[in-house]
Ligand binder design. Structure first.
Ligand code: NAD
Ligand code: G3P
Length: 276
């Protein structure tokens, strides 16, 4: 993040043994590397792990708090998620987030540690809901970027946000999330943010797909992660396993697999009419 100075209270180190000095650990590797980072690299001192990454593990279909519990048994786990473009948080623009932990006492303690005059955490004990909102919205943001890139209009984007939220809710409820978490900051809040801005890496990946570029070329050019590209195929499998229909997610998978935009949109619109 060029041009943004680190707070003097943050010390950047490359030696993981420093983790022992911390009162809590923010875990921020891309989702698919979280198990590896927690298993092999990190000394285990039993401090709370605050998971900030958004995704579902490939193969196991586990949410990241489940991955962390397996990789680092004994550490208390919390999830920090919500509408948080990093450059806005870093420059002190007002931001609100969900901070979830099974033990609400822990969530309250961590909220005090993390809160700043312009960063306001709301606590929850619904880890599943907080994680599913963040993981699913990344895939839906790709879809909204496609709409922008292909010039499909603002009606289409609003429809995708609303129907995408219906998919997020169906999948979340099937996996044990609470509806009010999905309609809160970490679900609907983050969905609205990432579906409306080119600051989102997922949205901008979708824009490229909508302009007819190949997913492999777009991903090869990136310096930072667009999690939705990795979550989409995992989510498609996990939704099938849970018996949940997610047509927008399937359409994103088809586009990432190289199908052309016109035929994917046509197929999405040609599905049988149904109840809202
Ligand atoms: N950037 C944001 O605005 C933002 C906001 C909220 C949540 N997130 C989530 O945070 C996570 C990380 O996002 P980011 O923007 O920091 O991504 P990034 O790609 O900029 O950085 C990820 C970090 O993980 C490291 N890393 C990459 N591969 C690794 C591996 N195999 N083992 C260990 N470390 C590895 C990278 O060196 C880098 O320091 C994602 O899940 C993202 O969805 C990002
Ligand atoms: O740039 P994106 O699409 O990864 O979005 C970043 C954050 O998840 C927004 O909350």
């Amino acid at each position: 993040m060029p041009g943004v100075a680190l707070s003097p209270s943050i010390i950047a180190v490359s030696d993981m043994s420093w983790v022992g000095e911390a009162s809590a650990v923010l875990v921020v590797t891309p989702a698919q590397f979280m198990r590896g980072a927690l298993t092999s690299d990190m000394p285990k001192h039993g401090q709370p792990l605050i998971l900030c990454s958004k995704g579902i593990e490939a193969g196991s279909h586990l949410l990241l708090h489940e991955v962390a519990a397996e990789a680092n048994a004994g550490s208390p786990i919390a999830v920090l998620s919500g509408p948080t473009f990093a450059h806005e948080v870093a420059t002190g623009l007002p931001t609100a987030v969900t901070l979830a932990a099974e033990d609400e006492g822990l969530a309250n303690e961590l909220a005090k540690l993390i809160a700043r005059p312009t960063l306001r955490p709301y606590v929850s004990n619904d880890l599943i809901g907080a994680e599913i909102g963040g993981a699913v919205k990344n895939v839906l943001a790709i879809a909204c970027g496609v709409v922008e890139g292909a010039g499909l209009g603002q009606n289409a984007r609003a429809a995708l946000i609303a129907r995408g939220f219906a998919e997020m809710t169906r999948f979340g409820l099937a996996r044990g999330a609470r509806a009010e978490t999905l309609s809160g900051l970490s679900g609907l809040g983050d969905l609205v943010l990432t579906c409306s801005s080119t600051s989102s890496r997922n949205f901008s990946l979708g824009m490229g797909l909508g302009q007819g570029k190949r997913a492999a070329d777009l991903l090869a050019d990136r310096l930072t992660v667009a999690e939705g590209a990795f979550t989409a195929p995992v989510l498609r499998e996990a939704a099938a396993a849970a018996g949940v229909a997610m047509p927008v997610v399937e359409a994103v998978c088809d586009l990432l697999d190289g199908r052309d935009v016109g035929s994917v949109i046509e197929a999405l619109l040609a599905r049988p009419l149904t109840r809202e």
